[in-house]
Design a protein around this ligand. Structure first.
Ligand code: SAH
Ligand code: SF4
Length: 363
């Protein structure tokens, strides 16, 4: 078997190499991988972390993804939606805290009322912030026209995870109907890129039925489709979801954590100049999980700025961290933690993905 150190010398990783790196079990080998990924991040991006304030502004959702705690079929959830005024207060806080952008996330809706509301909200946020302030949307599948409308209103970035690039696995983790079609998901990702956004995708790691080969193909999918940003993290079960029935198939959480760290590291080696988020799901397994993600090559963290009273109603998975902390505390704690690993928060930098900037310049 080829040594990990030898693979890490290669300029381009083959599918076999990726599988080998994702399958590492030896602690020393995992450290080598992480070191290599971090050195690539250091030389392309620096020891910097970009912060985006996350606002989970509504948990109404028309979809029924089998893994998600706020899926429409879960009637134990108290549904909420923040008013524009509440959202603008969070935006104000983000600016006060010198954050250079926010992420607006919610369940998926596509009524004309929702589309209009978001368009107007983007316009309001644009007029309340400096012209460079970045708005990222994470509002699920929409038509090309809608993506275009929101882009024209002033949103610059869009996150839509493919969840898994295997159509077979996608079918197992979603209901079998038009609303949860793999091909529509793919098409939406193309629309997002076409509309001009800095485009982000990602996957869940450690899903029931998922193989290491699936995960290697996910990384190749992300590279082939030339995404600018990626957010991926461990799959975490939620007791009120259909996928919970398969919890016996899951690998232990610490293994899911380590595999997620290796996914981040391998992706950083494959795509040195993209933005990679260190996700909250990592932190819910290990308290210093986000720092571990940063040390493995991630460079973005999204502190949760959702007002405290709504946090318990946005539980995508069980044991979500920081549901009892005010945004101020979260930010302070994060700042301390980032300093501890020798990195600094890039306060005066909008942190556009270098990959995106290069892509636009080449066009
Ligand atoms: N409705 C939007 C955005 C909210 S869900 C959308 O689906 O795109 C945001 C992300 O949360 C999803 O893409 C999914 O990858 C993640 N997620 C949902 N349930 C999860 C779980 N049980 N464990 C880990 N991540 C989960
Ligand atoms: Fe809705 Fe997104 Fe959860 Fe699917 S993952 S049920 S679209 S919030």
């Amino acid at each position: 078997m080829i040594a990990v150190s030898e693979i890490l010398e290669k300029q381009v990783l083959s599918r076999q190499d990726i599988i080998r790196l994702l399958s590492i079990t030896d602690k020393g080998d995992q450290e080598l991988l992480i070191k290599k990924a971090y050195s690539i991040k250091e030389s392309t991006i620096g020891r910097k972390v970009y912060l985006r304030g996350l606002i989970e502004f509504s948990n109404y959702c028309r979809k029924d993804c089998y893994y998600c705690g706020i899926r429409s079929g879960n009637n134990k959830v108290t549904r909420y939606s923040l008013s524009d005024e509440e959202i603008l207060r969070v935006v104000e806080l983000a600016q006060k805290k010198q954050l250079t952008g926010i992420v607006l996330q919610s369940g998926e809706l596509n009524s004309e009322d929702f589309i209009k509301r978001i368009t107007a909200l983007i316009t309001k946020i644009k007029s309340a912030t400096d012209p460079e302030f970045r708005i990222t949307l994470s509002l699920g599948e929409q038509s090309l026209e809608t993506y275009q409308r929101w882009f024209n209103a002033g949103a610059q970035r869009y996150l839509l995870r493919i969840e898994t690039s295997s159509e077979e696995l996608y079918r197992k983790i979603h209901p079998d109907n038009e609303l949860h079609s793999f091909n529509v998901r793919l098409r939406c990702l193309e629309y997002i890129q076409k509309a001009g956004y800095m485009a982000g995708t990602g996957v869940m790691i450690g899903l029931p039925f998922q193989t290491i080969e699936n995960l290697a193909d996910d990384l190749l999918f992300i590279k082939e489709r030339d995404f600018d940003m990626v957010g991926m993290g461990p799959y975490l079960e939620h007791a009120d979801t259909p996928l919970y029935n398969h919890k016996d198939l899951l690998m232990p959480v610490t293994e899911r954590f380590n595999l997620s760290i290796r996914m981040i590291a391998v992706l950083r080696i494959m795509m040195p100049d993209i933005n990679i988020a260190s996700t909250t799901a990592l932190q819910s397994i290990v308290p210093s999980g986000r720092e571990a993600g940063l040390k493995a090559g991630a460079n973005v963290v999204m502190p949760n700025l959702t007002p405290l009273k709504y946090r318990r109603s946005y539980l995508l998975y069980d044991n979500k961290p920081c549901i009892d902390k005010e945004a101020d505390d979260c930010l302070e704690c994060l700042e301390r933690r980032i300093k501890m690993i020798g990195e600094e928060i890039a306060y005066n930098d909008y942190g556009d993905s270098i990959h995106f900037i290069n892509r636009i310049l080449i066009k």
